[in-house]
Design a protein. Structure first.
Length: 386
């Protein structure tokens, strides 16, 4: 389009016959034919007027036209209001000049080179150029619309891909909710079992404490047994002394005293072992109790951590639910946007086809109309002259 507008009028001129201003009209008529519809009156290489076929034949077709004009020189009936432009003027500048023209220049532009006649540019030829310009402009518009269609289709594809991605994330969100629910149930079960273990541990600690108290209750009994054992040992010693004093009559009593002494010593040894076992048992029970109490504290801390984890999982569950809801809504929105963009692309493609069809029909009708008008006018003029 810009190439035509920026081209100079010299590139579009046509050369038509030049005639002297004193040539008779009847001679000038013989120069007209289907290809020659304009005669330029030139005097000293400078255009001074135009002889236009349609206007001349219009005058000659009147009742007294042939008698009034045929023997006169062409300068008497030539069209004198010329539009003369330099050969370097562009088509765009010429169009601007034509828009401002307020006089009849015979629908023909004279092209000169430093006032020397070169050729002319009829309006019908210029209109043909404008038709080409319209075609180019329409094609550029159609190309622009097609480009927008391609861009819209690309955006539609992007939205479609985004919709698929969001749908995948939606499934992931739903799976995450399910995993969170299962994890929450598992945590609740773990917490329940840890609480049971904590209760059992507390019971074991209480039982150990009771056992320690009972073991310590044995200590006074052991002391009493040791006291009795010492008294028995003293009695055996006294019995042995008495047996010696009795002589041979105390022999049997001495044997009994020795056995009592041995029994007292065995009881004393048993008491020592009992005290040893009791102390060891108390120490082990104390260690076990401390261990159980420490385990209880650890279990209690674990319960606190599990409770915190449960709280975090509840928050995660709520967030997962909100995220899943948002993803579902986003999926619906992107699907709607994709549908609207697809519909827009279809409408734009329909519009392109419609514009192309209408432009084609318009240019075809204008072309046929122009040809038909030209042919009709020429036929009518020739019929009138004949």
């Amino acid at each position: 389009m810009s190439s035509i507008l920026n081209s100079t009028v010299e590139n579009h001129l046509i050369v038509c016959p030049q005639i002297d201003p004193l040539i008779k009209v009847e001679k000038a008529i013989t120069l007209f034919n289907n290809d020659v519809k304009h005669l330029v009156i030139v005097e000293q290489n400078k255009p001074t007027g135009l002889l236009l076929q349609d206007r001349l034949f219009s005058k000659l077709s009147t009742r007294y036209g042939p008698f009034l004009y045929t023997q006169k020189p062409v300068e008497r009936i030539m069209h004198k209001h010329l539009m003369t432009v330099d050969k370097h003027m562009t088509i765009e500048n010429l169009l601007t000049l034509l828009e401002k023209a307020q006089y009849d220049f015979g629908e023909t532009v004279i092209i000169t080179d430093k006032d020397t006649y070169l050729g002319l540019l009829p309006m019908e030829n210029l209109f043909d150029l404008l038709t080409i310009l319209q075609h180019e402009h329409a094609n550029s518009q159609v190309a622009a619309i097609q480009e927008r269609v391609q861009e819209t289709e690309a955006v539609s594809m992007m939205v479609h891909n985004m919709t698929q991605a969001v749908s995948c994330h939606e499934v992931t969100g739903i799976n995450m909710i399910q995993v969170t629910e299962r994890s929450e149930m598992a945590l609740a079960e773990v917490m329940k079992r840890v609480q049971t273990i904590n209760q059992v541990t507390q019971q074991q600690a209480s039982q150990l404490k009771v056992m320690e108290e009972k073991i310590r209750m044995i200590a006074p009994l052991v002391a009493d047994i040791r006291k009795i054992s010492k008294q028995t040992n003293l009695l055996s010693i006294n019995a042995a002394i008495e047996a010696v004093s009795a002589g041979k009559h105390g022999t049997g009593f001495r044997v009994i005293a020795d056995e009592v002494r041995k029994l007292s010593e065995e009881v004393d040894h048993s008491v020592v072992r009992i005290e040893s076992y009791m102390n060891a048992t108390l120490e082990e029970a104390d260690n076990a109790r401390h261990t159980i109490e420490k385990g209880g504290r650890d279990i209690q801390e674990s319960l606190t951590l599990i409770q915190d984890m449960k709280t975090d999982f509840i928050r995660l569950f709520d967030s997962s639910g909100s995220l899943s809801t948002s993803l579902i809504e986003l999926t619906a929105d992107t699907q709607q946007i994709n549908a609207e963009i697809t519909l827009l692309a279809e409408h734009m493609r329909t519009m392109v086809d419609f514009v192309q069809s209408n432009l084609g029909q318009l240019f075809r009708i204008e072309s046929l109309k122009s040809k038909n008008q030209t042919g009709t006018e020429s036929t009518d003029i020739y019929q009138q002259i004949s």
